[in-house]
Design a protein around this ligand. Structure first.
Ligand SMILES: NC(=O)c1ccc[n+]([C@@H]2O[C@H](COP(=O)([O-])OP(=O)(O)OC[C@H]3O[C@@H](n4cnc5c(N)ncnc54)[C@H](O)[C@@H]3O)[C@@H](O)[C@H]2O)c1
Length: 439
């Protein structure tokens, strides 16, 4: 990337429509939260776009504007929401059922939430085994369903007078699939849609419809979705920014805080056992081995990349890493994530660390949804297309260009995010390298 850009960013004029497959716990907590913030009922804690500052120039310059004052982001008052779900519940009913937010606050935003009625979903129970609902599209082929989604997108834009749209998958985790022949090119993929190829998942039909409609697409779940050559090519060809996958919120967020610290100090890690109990619908879906396998892949991948056992075999080669998730209804969305970490130091002396994170999944995920939709919209107005690696900060399994390994260290991810914003606005990149030693 050159030091300075001459990127032209179109202004954030008019309404930004946020389209969400999956009107469940995360999406309703996000929507209700934005409506609450708009009304002064709460603060957008956890959101970089709303709260964080960015240092510009030299440390002595004292220039640290808020990110939202530095780059032209859509204003919260210009956001409108819509989505799809297999259940007919309005966003108000879904939020009530999810039991993340208190009744008191939900009642105050009841009106806008009640107005959000999910459009009929593209669904296939082969991909999410534990749930089934009536609000689904019926059509002969997957291509017909993709076209129905494109019509939904166009109608939403017209009906809500949106200037621009962004789509973010907050649907259930689909079963694990690997990229195969049908995913290998746009031509193969479109033939697969017409022939009802069983290897094309519902989330891939949404991603295809979004990209074909010129709508940026993010994936909050670990599903393969648009991380396939066909949809990566399509996004570049159509000039659409995309990113994914799997929001980095609870246990993995903590893992990517701790692991870089151990490595920075050259401390060894012998074992990392992570277990979770959660009782929301997400937990129920993850009871299915196929959906769990998808989640396990993104959860396991982070340590390997951060610790680099190939470079440091003595410290990390024998690391035993296991992740478990158990569905435990009494906890609802208030998940508990335990980690037992066996580390070793000087002369191999052993130590243990126990982490017990009593977290709230959707409370951690909601600000990530907000940042991602605002940044993807910014990227599109800046003419950026394809995978937005600078948004890796938000994901457990960051998508990268083919052949590159993902960056999981959250502090490197944050530096990349902020430097990208500086670059977009023609500011000097900050490398933290000084020349004071020679002045
Ligand atoms: N909360 C977090 O911290 C977090 C972190 C990382 C990833 N995620 C992922 O985000 C997703 C949403 O989580 P949640 O807690 O809101 O789950 P949820 O079960 O409350 O909501 C998911 C919704 O998606 C719907 N759905 C499933 N398939 C669909 C389809 N094909 N089209 C339209 N709707 C569909 C379901 O009916 C459900 O209402 C899950 O995949 C979860 O794994 C969440």
């Amino acid at each position: 990337m050159p030091q300075k850009s001459n990127v032209q960013i179109a202004p954030a004029k008019g309404k930004l429509g946020i389209l969400i497959p999956g009107i469940g716990a995360v999406s309703t907590t996000f929507i209700a939260g934005v409506e609450a913030v708009k009304r002064g009922l709460g603060e957008p804690v956890g959101s970089l776009t709303q709260l964080a500052t960015i240092r510009l120039g030299k440390r002595t310059d004292n220039r640290t504007p808020k990110i939202k004052d530095f780059v032209p982001l859509a204003d919260l008052k210009d956001l409108v929401f819509g989505g799809w779900d297999i259940y007919e519940d309005t966003a108000y009913e879904a939020a009530t059922n999810a039991k993340v937010l208190d009744k008191e606050i939900l009642l105050k935003v009841k009106k806008p939430l009640e107005a959000i009625r999910p459009m009929t979903a593209v669904f296939d129970q082969e991909y999410v085994k534990r749930i089934n609902g009536p609000n689904v599209k019926k059509a002969k082929t997957k291509m017909d369903k993709a076209k129905m989604l494109m019509a939904d997108i166009a109608n939403f834009k017209k009906d809500h007078k949106c200037a621009r749209l962004v789509m973010i998958w907050c649907g259930s985790t689909e079963v694990f699939i690997r990229a195969s022949q049908v995913h290998s090119s746009i031509k193969e993929f479109e033939a697969g849609l017409r022939n009802n190829d069983p290897m094309i998942a519902p989330s891939q039909i949404y991603a295809y419809a979004a990209i074909m409609s010129g709508v940026p697409f993010a994936n909050g779940a670990p599903n393969l979705t648009h991380d396939i050559p066909a949809l990566l090519d399509l996004a570049r060809e159509r000039g659409v920014p995309i990113c994914g996958k799997d929001f980095k919120t609870g246990q993995t967020f903590l893992k990517t805080l701790l692991a870089p610290g151990f490595k920075a100090r050259m401390l060894g890690v012998e074992g990392w056992f992570s277990t979770n109990i959660l009782g929301n619908r997400d937990g129920e879906v993850l009871e299915d081995p196929g959906s769990f396998k998808t989640k396990e892949e993104t959860k396991l991948s982070v340590l390997e990349q951060i610790l680099q056992p190939d470079l440091y075999p003595m410290l990390y080669k024998n690391l035993y890493h296991a992740v478990r998730i158990n569905y435990y209804p009494p906890r609802g969305d208030a998940k508990e994530g335990w980690d037992n970490i066996d580390i070793f130091g000087w002369l191999g002396y052993k130590m243990q660390i126990k982490v017990d994170f009593l977290c709230r999944d959707s409370i951690l995920a909601a600000p990530l949804v907000l940042d991602l939709v605002l940044f993807l919209d910014l990227a599109q107005r800046a003419g950026m297309k394809g995978i937005q690696e600078w948004l890796s900060f938000y994901f457990k399994g960051p998508m990268t260009a083919p052949g590159l390994y993902p960056e999981h260290d959250i502090f490197i991810q944050l530096m990349k995010l902020k430097n990208t914003l500086r670059w977009m606005q023609g500011e000097d990149l900050i490398t933290h390298l000084g020349n004071e030693y020679y002045d």
